[in-house]
Design a protein around this ligand. Structure first.
Ligand SMILES: Cc1ncc(COP(=O)(O)O)c(C=O)c1O
Length: 381
């Protein structure tokens, strides 16, 4: 198989290229004429996600993840909903790592129980506690490859092995790592999930979701997406395909910048603690070094002085935008306690290690020197 950059640019491209177009044109058509004379040929329709724009993306994403199949859909949450609806029916249970992204947590605790699907949370860092949480009705174990926002990395191959031994589907949210930094399928996972809104697209100009994995599971997920109507439109497909072409160079720069910023913050007197798996002080540094190809562009840090210090700092920065979301070329800052983890109680956040003074940083691909100078002046403020 060719290298990741070549796949990101070429895998699945239309052949022959329509009118010689070097990029996939936008097929801005909701429906397509039947090809076969008998009218029984498969319907090609926007909601069915089988237009040329979707087909190219599906092949490209499968190639990037090394998966049998992949799909795009309207948002990362749509992809997670489709995966769980495809795998679970009334009476089934989901095993989930504590501290998942807030939207996933709310789906598991507030939406799925209304349909008779319950969740059991476990500490992803305590494998000895997992067996007791498994019931005959457990269908899937959901974890994140790099957790949000403290960038914890659990024993991911152990999750895949644990599931395989018990006939449970392993599902990993690989949004923070991207396929550049972690390859879940190669480490034994059945299903990979992404908010493609983040690194896969990389330009903060669309929302989209991705699932990749075993064909049999993907066929079920495609059916759910078609019936939920959570499809991605052709123009968003075009933008996502364009973003994917630069995925590898972007993520390499995110990795390098984040390492520089983390090193700087770790020595700053205003900062109590930096959460970045590339630092030797991070509790999962050794595992991250072993499993990840890069430490990623996400980090968090706890400011001395709590919420007030965090607000002062956010008011003083000039280059980063203070905004939720992540994975774009521009640096973004947010406070998890009022954004991604606002849905958790203060006590639950504290148990995970998220403080009121914790700031999350999606390190962009600007010049690292400029970012560091700006952070320095804002921390002094
Ligand atoms: C780790 C993670 N997973 C899933 C999602 C949900 O993705 P989307 O906003 O594209 O629905 C997000 C969004 O912030 C996220 O950070």
């Amino acid at each position: 198989m060719s290298g990741l950059s070549t796949r990101a640019i070429h895998a699945g491209e239309l052949n022959p290229a329509p009118s010689g177009a070097v990029v996939t044109p936008i097929y801005q058509s909701s429906t397509f004429a039947f090809e076969g004379p008998d009218g029984l040929a498969e319907v090609t329709y926007g909601r069915y996600q089988n237009t040329p724009n979707h087909a190219v993306l599906h092949a490209r994403l499968a190639a990037l993840e090394g998966a049998e199949d992949a799909l795009v859909c309207a948002t990362g949450m749509a992809a997670m909903t489709a995966a769980l609806m495809a795998l679970c029916a009334r009476g089934d249970r989901v095993l989930a790592a504590r501290g998942l992204y807030g939207g996933t947590h709310a789906l598991l605790t507030e939406e799925l129980p209304r349909f008779g699907i319950e969740v059991d949370f476990v500490d992803a860092h305590d494998p000895a506690s997992w067996p007791a949480a498994v019931r005959p009705e457990t269908r899937v174990f959901v974890v994140e490859s790099i957790s949000n926002p403290l960038c914890r990395v659990c024993d991911l191959p152990a999750v895949a092995k644990f599931c395989r031994e018990r006939g449970i589907v392993s599902l990993v949210d690989n949004t923070f790592a991207s396929p550049v930094n972690f390859a879940p399928i190669a480490h034994g996972f059945d299903l990979v999930h992404h908010s493609a809104t983040k690194y896969l697209n990389g330009h903060s100009d669309l929302v989209a979701g991705v699932l990749a994995g075993r064909r049999e599971l993907m066929d079920k997920a495609v059916r759910v997406i078609r019936r939920l109507g959570a499809s991605l439109d052709a123009h968003a497909c075009f933008l996502l395909e364009r973003g994917l072409k630069t995925l590898v160079v972007r993520v390499e720069r995110h990795n390098a910048n984040a390492l520089r910023v983390a090193d700087f913050l770790a020595t700053h007197e205003a900062v109590a603690r930096v959460h970045f798996p590339g630092l030797a002080s991070h509790p999962d540094h050794a595992r991250a070094k072993q499993l990840l190809c890069g430490f990623g562009g996400m980090l968090a840090f706890d400011l001395r002085g709590g919420a007030d210090a965090a607000e002062r700092f956010l008011n003083a920065v000039r280059i980063p935008a203070v905004a939720p979301s992540l994975g774009g070329v521009e640096t973004l800052l947010s406070r998890p306690c009022v954004t991604s983890h606002a849905m958790l109680s203060r006590e639950d956040r504290a148990a995970l290690g998220i403080e009121d003074g914790t700031v999350r940083m999606s390190v962009g691909i600007e010049d690292a020197d400029d970012l560091i100078a700006d952070l320095d002046q804002a921390l002094r403020a």
